[in-house]
Structure formats: structure tokens, C-alpha cells
Design a protein around this ligand. Structure first.
Ligand SMILES: [Zn+2]
Length: 386
């Protein structure tokens, strides 16, 4: 039998809104707790969807079918358990170093699907400090310190050494990282700090007056480094940069882009003015502008300018498959409702808006053209009752 496989008997079955939960005579499944997610795996080949502890009983959420007294084989997913143990032990090391070297307390902790997070009691922390923290963690990893877990009767616990006081009584599970941490903890851990591989902080954010760090350890850290490198390589290839020049180059590109945007906007305003001037030669109550290849921003500028002259403006943009409707507020047409009703009648597009302006998006240019034609027809024929 593999170390993560076990045989046992179902001792109890309960159902609630989430499904069927079974209790077992003995289990290797870790129940969610202390920021660590539950183990995953199978019971008699069926997936175990959740594991929760209620008053010392571990309940496994499974597909219905298992009855009390059934003999079952359980298998815990070893890779996921090992990963959780790595992320969790990394938290012990981070928390211990933050407190001992930086005087910062850990407030909460959680292992997520991708990253784990740590809320720490400080108003500020900068990336230089984080790099220094990561170097401290790496030193502990290279020293390959033993991580021992054992149970002690509460009277034997060295209370003064505990990182956090515990109000538990009876047998207490202690996690002891040599020379670093002495903690009451029911989670799962690796055997030595070397098994953490690398601990890599991925983000830092201020929350509720504290700082929230996210981090990855072990294989997750390797994957994070791989994905950063892939992203960076794409940037380097596109902009012909290196790690040393990329930051300056990206800033330069952004400034250039802002300049271009300004120029484009000015040009669009000129084009819009010319187009609108041509439209105004027509003495129509409804003016339709169709932009087949232009940018959406140009279509909306033209629509706004037409509307400002007191007409009802209809603008279609083929590139974005979008439609805009607008007037200056002097017309007695609730344009959003009108648009929504027309689309409902046609059974195409999604859209709506306010009294003066509305917009819609379509699945295809053909749908956009159909809707535009119908809207213009209804507006011209006065088929609007709002
Ligand atoms: Zn722990």
C-alpha cells in the first residue's frame, strides 16, 4: 500500500445542503484549518470534494452512496498535500523572520490556488525590505534546518517559547523549526527547510492599514519564475530590450503612446468636424453615420457632435460591431428604452442606456446593419412612443 493510501470503515453519514459527508474510523485527510485548504483525493475511487473538522470529527464530502459500516479505501493526493505543506511551512519561516528580524506580526494567512497570502501588521514595507526578507528566508532554506512536529501534554509545552499563545488544552501539536520557530500548529509541514526550495514574494498591497504579501514557494515559485521569464522575453523581443534597459524603454513607449493619442485625438476632432459639416447640409431630423474602418473613438466623437446640433444621431462602428444613439436632451425620446425595445423586437444585440444616449453591441456586422436600418426607420417614421 502506498503511504498516502489507507483502508478504513465509514462510521457515520450525514447530509446537508452541500451533499453527503462521511466520517471514518481513521483518516489521512487533512481537514481545512489554520489557513491551509483541505486535502483532496478519493474514497473508493470517488473524489473527496471537501474535508471539514467539526468538534474533533473529520467529515469528508463525497458523492452519495457510501453507507455506515462500508469498508473503504482512501487515497490522499500526495502532490497537492506536499505543495500545501511547502506553502504552509514557508509561512512559518516568513512569519518567524518578520517578527524576529523586522518586528512585524503576522495577522492572518491563507493558501490560495495560485498564491498564498500573509497579512502583516505594518503600515509600510518596501521592495528593498522584501528582497532582504527573501534573502533571510533563503539562508534558512540553505541551512536545511529540521522541522519537527510532535505532541506534548499542555503542561509540558514551553509556553514562553511559543510564537503565539494557545488556549488549547490536552495534547498539543508542536511544530519546531530548529532555532527559528516553536509553535502550536495543526497544519502539515515539510521535514526540513531545504524542501521549501525557494520562497518568492509576488506582490505587496496595502489593506486595512496593514500590508498584504502574496508569495509562492517550491514548485509554485519555479512556475512563477518561468511565467515571469516568458512575459519578459516577449517584451525583450518586441522592444529589443534587456533586463537593464526595459524599465526605461517601457516608460519611453508609454510617453510616446500618450503623445500619439493626443495627436490622434486632434486629428479625429478635425475629421469629425468635416464629416459633421457635410451631414448638416442635409435637413434631416435623424442623421446616421456609419464608420466601416474607423476607430470607435472617432465614431463616438462624430455622434456627439451631431447630437450637439439638435439632431438625433445614430452611429455604427463596424470594427467594434457597436452602435450609438444620442440626442441633446431636447427630444422627447427615451433613447435607451427605445434602443432596448427595438433590439428585443429584432432579437439581436445587447444594449441600453439613458434618456439621451445609449449603445449596443452585436455578434456580427450583419446584425449591426440590420439593427441600424430598423432604428433609423423607426425614428424617421416616428415609431417611438416614449
Ligand atoms: Zn504549521
Amino acid at each position: 500500500m502506498k503511504p498516502w493510501q489507507f483502508e478504513t470503515t465509514v462510521t457515520d453519514v450525514r447530509t446537508d445542503a452541500r451533499g453527503t459527508w462521511v466520517a471514518l474510523e481513521s483518516t489521512l485527510f487533512y481537514a481545512e484549518g489554520g489557513g491551509q485548504p483541505p486535502d483532496v483525493g478519493t474514497l473508493d475511487g470517488q473524489p473527496v470534494l471537501d474535508v471539514q473538522r467539526v468538534e474533533e470529527v473529520v467529515w469528508h464530502l463525497v458523492e452519495p452512496g457510501l453507507e455506515r459500516g462500508t469498508f473503504v479505501t482512501g487515497i490522499v493526493d500526495e502532490a497537492i498535500r506536499h505543495d500545501h505543506s511547502i506553502q504552509h511551512t514557508a509561512q512559518h519561516v516568513l512569519t518567524a523572520l518578520l517578527e524576529d528580524e523586522y518586528g512585524i506580526q503576522t495577522l492572518s494567512f491563507g493558501i490560495g490556488q495560485e498564491e498564498s497570502s500573509l497579512e502583516i501588521e505594518t503600515e509600510t514595507l518596501d521592495w528593498t525590505q522584501i528582497e532582504s526578507l527573501e534573502r533571510d528566508v533563503q539562508r534558512i532554506i540553505f541551512e536545511n534546518r529540521p522541522v519537527s512536529t510532535y505532541e506534548l501534554a499542555s503542561a509540558e509545552v514551553e509556553v514562553d517559547r511559543l510564537r503565539k499563545p494557545t488556549d488549547r488544552t490536552g495534547m498539543i501539536r508542536i511544530v519546531d523549526i530548529e532555532g527559528l520557530d516553536y509553535n502550536a500548529c495543526g497544519g502539515t509541514h515539510v521535514e526540513t527547510t531545504g524542501q521549501l526550495g525557494i520562497v518568492h514574494v509576488t506582490s505587496m498591497k496595502k489593506v486595512r492599514g496593514n500590508v498584504r504579501l502574496t508569495y509562492v514557494a517550491g514548485h509554485r515559485a519555479l512556475s512563477a519564475i518561468h511565467s515571469s521569464r516568458t512575459a519578459l522575453r516577449t517584451i525583450h523581443q518586441t522592444l529589443s530590450t534587456t533586463n537593464e534597459t526595459v524599465a526605461a524603454r517601457v516608460l519611453e513607449e508609454r510617453n510616446l503612446r500618450l503623445e500619439r493619442d493626443k495627436e490622434v485625438k486632434a486629428l479625429e476632432a478635425r475629421v469629425a468636424k468635416a464629416k459633421v459639416a457635410a451631414f448638416l447640409q442635409e435637413d434631416n431630423y435623424v442623421i446616421t453615420h456609419i464608420g466601416k474602418t474607423e476607430a470607435e473613438t472617432l465614431t463616438t466623437t462624430i455622434v456627439e457632435r451631431i447630437a450637439a446640433t439638435g439632431r438625433i444621431a445614430v452611429g455604427a462602428n463596424h470594427t467594434g460591431q457597436k452602435l450609438w444613439l444620442m440626442h441633446d436632451g431636447t427630444h422627447d425620446i427615451a433613447i435607451g428604452k427605445f434602443l432596448k425595445r427595438t433590439l428585443d423586437d429584432l432579437g439581436i444585440g445587447r444594449g441600453g442606456g439613458s434618456h439621451k444616449q445609449a449603445q449596443a453591441r452585436f455578434e456580427s456586422v450583419i446584425e449591426l446593419e440590420r439593427a441600424t436600418a430598423e432604428i433609423v426607420k423607426r425614428l424617421q417614421e416616428g415609431m417611438v412612443s416614449c
